[in-house]
Design a protein around this ligand. Structure first.
Ligand code: GAP
Length: 556
């Protein structure tokens, strides 16, 4: 068997091939798709070849990790507040429902999530570029998009316990109170867009809206971006930014907010264009819950994504591809694969613009809930903007003028991703009697903590030098107060990847010990190698413990 590289639309894809004799000819057959990264492809190929040679050692495509007990959303909110991740906004005045502030660690985690998303979806691809649109724009954008007339929820109040919530129109007859199963009273329709006056003099001002999604700026700017970035179909435009919805009952901490951030892609294709990346779905097994299963009261099924598309459960190759991409993004950053499923919207619940929608759902402590949406918007938005603005939105594709389709719009809330990474990282360790936040190194707010073992100038000077050096690249903590055990514990709780200690050997042999957060094991390394070690651990996912001689210590 051998690896081949194919170049499709400027991207390299690796495949495992084998040669077979058929009569007097030798033909080459594809065995497996290996991904886009050469090193990972080589590792995967080795695994497949080993499995074929030793079938008894077959491993599942994605290993399931043991499921730690999830804490409640209220406990997570309390933890986030206690440790400096998230606070109720304006809490000294009693806060304001649906608005949250991110503290000194929360802002780092949130920025890291956005940075990783941006890298994966724009910098590492050649078919997607980004924009950063305005929060307030010409209100005609929202008339054209249908948000003024059709972005409507129904407010209801429980007749028994007075609980207020919003429901979709189609649920009016059947919905029962989430809290007590009582009957709801219809309190009328409402549009969750926040309005604002643009212009300081009342008579001259116009009413506009705080954007309820980032997507529309991508459509409104579509022609400019396509021309300036010289994009050819298929291509995507991505955006990360604030969105605002005047939710009737914001709740469940960061799950339903009034001010939040979205990370969205509009992926444009020629309506009949096939997905050249579909092979990538072959390595993804995921729980699938389509409309039929839901209506027949069946359970979701674990299905290979490629098979789900082949069997017509997921209608388009693009939908299957994007669900797989996003699932891979989450799991490659440490999210637990067992907590994800793909659920199709029933025909009654689809948004006004959608032909078919799937959600990537996550098993939150309050149940399976939408994490990310994947709507097939067809050419609804470009058609609407073309009609309302009287600007031609067509582009030239293979010598013809066409209006592209958005066959899939992966749309994710930053704060919902924040919750996922926090839930899956949060571990209570009975041996250490402490919380360990096992965040992926790329996401950890603080990459290392540096300690002098005792407060003495000879140790402190070395520690400070290391901090100053490492700080050029990462967030580093210098901590010299409290016992070493206490210092380890408070760093474990906030997800610091490693603790670097300057001890009595350091001044003599220019070494330090590094303690690994997840195992508490320690190794001794040369101080001059610290930066390179950290690069490998953070960027390439290598283990700290592979870089030095183990140090015999009490487990802490
Ligand atoms: N452009 C499509 C769109 O906005 P959506 O399903 O309304 O679709 C997309 O929102 C994503 O934005 C959701 O999957 C969720 O992650 C996030 N989101 C939506 N409303 C939210 C809210 N009130 N609070 C936090 N996140 C929200």
């Amino acid at each position: 068997m051998f690896i081949t590289k194919k170049n499709i639309n400027g991207n390299d894809y690796y495949y495992l091939q084998k040669s077979e004799r058929q009569g007097d000819k030798v033909i080459s057959k594809s065995v497996a798709y290996l991904g886009k990264d050469k090193e990972k492809a080589e590792k995967k190929a080795e695994q497949i070849i080993n499995q074929q040679n030793n079938p008894s050692e077959k491993t599942p495509i994605k290993k399931s990790t043991p499921q730690p007990k999830q804490i409640s959303i209220e406990d997570l909110a309390a933890f986030c507040k206690r440790k400096g991740f998230v606070y109720p906004s304006g809490e000294i005045y009693g806060g304001l429902g649906g608005f949250w502030d991110f503290g000194h660690l929360g802002v780092e985690l949130k920025n890291n999530i956005k940075q990783q998303w941006w890298k994966y979806h724009t910098q590492q691809r050649s078919d997607i570029v980004g924009i950063d649109g305005a929060i307030i724009t010409n209100p005609k954008v929202w008339e054209a998009s249908g948000h003024v007339s059709s972005f409507i929820d129904i407010a209801v109040q429980c007749k028994k316990c007075s609980y207020k919530t919003k429901i979709d129109k189609h649920e009016l007859e059947t919905a029962k109170c989430d809290k007590c199963q009582g009957e709801y009273e219809n309190k009328g329709e409402f549009n969750p867009m926040f309005t604002t006056q643009v212009g300081p003099i009342k008579e001259d001002s116009i009413t506009s809206y705080l954007r309820p999604e980032t997507a529309q700026l991508i459509f409104a700017d579509f022609k400019l971006v396509q021309e300036n970035a010289r994009l050819q179909l298929p291509f995507g435009i991505a955006q990360i930014g604030k969105a605002f919805r005047n939710e009737l009952s914001p709740r469940e901490f960061l799950f339903r907010m009034r001010e939040f951030e979205q990370m969205e892609i509009e992926y444009f294709i020629e309506p009949k264009q096939k997905c050249p990346f579909i092979e990538e779905t072959k390595t993804v097994d995921i729980l699938i819950y389509d409309e039929k299963m839901q209506k027949n009261n069946k359970k979701p099924e674990l299905i290979n994504l490629h098979q789900a598309w082949k069997k017509g459960i997921i209608k388009t190759d693009w939908h299957a591809y994007w669900i797989g991409q996003e699932y891979e993004w989450f799991t490659s950053l440490g999210a637990n694969p067992n907590n994800f499923r793909a659920r199709q919207h029933t025909s009654e619940e689809k948004s006004h613009y959608a032909i078919d929608t799937w959600d990537l759902e996550y098993k939150f402590p309050m149940g399976w809930k939408e994490l990310q949406g994947f709507a097939n918007r067809g050419n609804f938005d470009l058609t609407q903007h073309q009609e309302h603005s009287k600007q031609n939105m067509e582009i030239i594709h293979e010598d013809k003028k066409i209006l592209p389709n958005v066959v899939c719009e992966p749309s994710l809330g930053v704060e919902r991703a924040f919750l996922v990474f926090m839930f899956d990282a949060y571990h209570q360790d009975p041996q250490r009697n402490n919380t360990i936040l096992k965040l992926n190194p790329k996401l950890s707010p603080i990459k290392a903590a540096v300690f002098p073992i005792i407060k003495q100038p000879e140790y402190e000077e070395i520690a400070e030098e290391i901090v100053n050096d490492l700080k050029k690249e990462w967030n580093i903590i210098y901590d010299r107060s409290g016992s070493i055990g206490r210092r380890y514990a408070r760093n474990d709780e906030i997800g610091t990847i490693m603790c670097i200690t300057i001890d009595d050997k350091s001044p003599k042999d220019k070494t330090a010990t590094i303690r690994d957060r997840d195992t508490t094991e320690q190794v001794r390394v040369k101080i001059k190698d610290l930066r390179e070690i950290m690069r490998k651990v953070i960027n390439e996912g290598e283990s700290v413990l592979d870089f030095g001689k183990r140090v015999n210590t009490r487990k802490k």
